[in-house]
Design a protein around this ligand. Structure first.
Ligand code: PMP
Length: 393
């Protein structure tokens, strides 16, 4: 890969130069006053990014899967039942995590590209006593965006806690943890938070913390136990030194550079920019006659597109696009991964990145023999990008 290639996969993503500079700073002690200040500030900023004024942010070396384990291990234990709203591959993963914890799991599934109707959730909750419901806000395997707010309200009516996988949403999609009634949400540094891979990030609301305290036994994994971490996060926020497990100093310093930029842009402006960019891509797919996995526009993610290959073209498109200088991702959903590809569009993405990506895809399609009018996708996208129109869905 050339250093000039454009990274357009759904995480890791292109970094802001200020984030890369922060990453390359000298490694200092995790108890150095400068790092205590940085980490304390990041934790407070994450509370704003998650939209959880009373939440406790969690940051530890790891990734999205570790964040998933942390969220699950602190609210559910053997003997509990959890309902997984299943919109793709990462929902199967959270089910696996829960099953490893000895939790019994039921799935509420939708066809690939769809999300269950809220009424189906209501019905599923009537027929079982669930400790929690899990929602994958954006499933990165399908590009389906779930209606978190509606699902969470229904889950709460049924007395269930709400766990949200926000790995492909937090920092890109509109997300309001507290006002939507989400008890614990999690993400990873390499997605819309705009930092390099390596950090598990979560935010526990008051009911999730109470759920941890009400567990009959502490989580079997020491590293996953929120009770071990809570005094540490409290100390850093109070700008005091404290130790449980060495924080990833350089990654947290990079995350701090990114979270500062997120809040400078503003969370609702950032979500609006992601919607706008996503609509420009959608105009491009339409102009090329390509179909997305999500069927309903209201279920289409704004952080990535999952697009079926056109007739006569296979996964060699991904390599051909790469030869044109843009890195996109192959399919991931086990049932149909050979039939589609994915383009990430989160973080610092700008209009020129949309055009570069669509242009590379057009050229690659022509090279592979598709009948494509060069410029069709880019000019359709241009009309959206020039308009700066507000996009609601
Ligand atoms: N959940 C979702 C929605 C994801 O997209 C991913 C990563 N693509 C994960 C969980 C797992 O994250 P990680 O690969 O960092 O462990």
């Amino acid at each position: 890969m050339s250093e000039l290639d454009l990274l357009m996969i759904p995480g890791p993503i292109e970094l802001e130069p200020a984030v890369s500079r922060a990453l390359s700073q000298k490694t200092i002690s995790h108890l150095d006053p400068a790092f205590i200040e940085t980490f304390g500030a990041v934790l407070a900023q994450l509370r704003q990014i998650f939209g959880a004024p009373l939440g406790v942010p969690f940051v530890a070396a790891g990734g999205g899967t570790l964040a998933m384990e942390v969220a699950c291990a602190n609210v559910a234990q053997p003997g509990d039942s959890v309902l997984v709203i299943n919109t793709g591959y990462f929902c199967d993963r959270i089910a696996k995590v829960l099953e490893r914890l000895g939790v019994s799991v039921e799935h509420l599934r939708a066809a690939v590209g769809e999300a269950p109707e809220p009424a189906q959730l209501r019905q599923a909750l009537e027929s079982g006593a669930y400790k929690a419901v899990t929602i994958t806000h954006v499933d990165t395997s399908t590009g389906v965006r779930a209606p978190v707010r509606e699902y969470a309200a229904i889950a709460h009516e049924a007395g269930a806690l709400v766990i949200v996988d926000g790995v492909c949403s937090v920092g890109g999609e509109e997300f309001h943890q507290a006002s939507w009634g989400v008890d614990v949400a999690f993400t990873a540094s390499q997605k819309a938070l705009g930092a390099p891979p390596g950090l598990a990030v979560a935010c526990f609301g008051p009911k999730a913390i109470a759920a941890r305290r009400a567990l009959k036994r502490a989580p079997a994994s020491l590293y996953l136990d929120l009770e071990e971490w809570l005094p540490i996060f409290e100390a850093y926020e109070a700008r005091k030194s404290s130790y449980f497990a060495t924080p990833a100093v350089n990654l947290i310093t990079a995350l701090a550079a990114s979270t500062a930029l997120l809040l400078l842009e503003g969370m609702s402006a950032r979500a609006a920019r992601h919607r706008w960019i996503a609509h420009a891509f959608r105009a491009g797919w339409q102009a090329l006659g390509l179909h997305t996995l999500p069927i309903e526009p209201t279920h289409m993610a704004h952080t990535l597109s999952a697009i079926y290959y056109p007739k006569g073209i296979d996964a060699s498109l991904v390599a051909a696009v790469r030869e044109e200088g843009v890195v996109v991702a192959a399919g991931l959903h086990p049932d149909l991964k050979a039939t589609y590809f994915r383009v990430g569009h989160m973080g610092r993405i700008r209009p020129s990145d949309v055009l570069a990506t669509l242009g590379a895809i057009e050229r690659a399609m022509v090279r592979l023999g598709a009948s494509v009018e060069l410029g069709a996708a880019t000019s359709s996208a241009q009309r959206v990008l020039a308009g700066r129109m507000p996009h609601a869905d």
